[in-house]
Design a protein around this ligand. Sequence first.
Ligand code: ZN
Length: 122
Amino acid sequence: MEYGQVTCMRSNNLNETIAVYNSKVKEGHVYKFFRTKGDEYRYCRCKELGKYRAIRIINDTVVGRKSPEEGHHPDCEPLPKAAVLAAEGDRDMRHEVRTHGKRPRDAFNNMMSALVYRLTHL
Ligand SMILES: [Zn+2]
């Protein structure tokens, strides 16, 4: 089974991959996954709540027997999309400044264009 596309981005500590999946149940909300190894990903929020649920993402598509919206911790709700993208955009910006020696102002401008692109193309 295939469950639709994800958008990949950089995570917290700047060298992990995070995948963002649009909820079909709750419009304008997303689930965040982080890569554990290879094509295996885990739910971020569920992990904070102490529950493990793994999915596979191949070529930016969620595959498996269960929908990525099933099997969550009862307190695990999808997050507002805009909040997730803004947080990830900020991390990308800091990464650009740190690793590519970009001027903060340029990095900020790049981040804002990327953010607008993501918001309009997800
Ligand atoms: Zn969850």
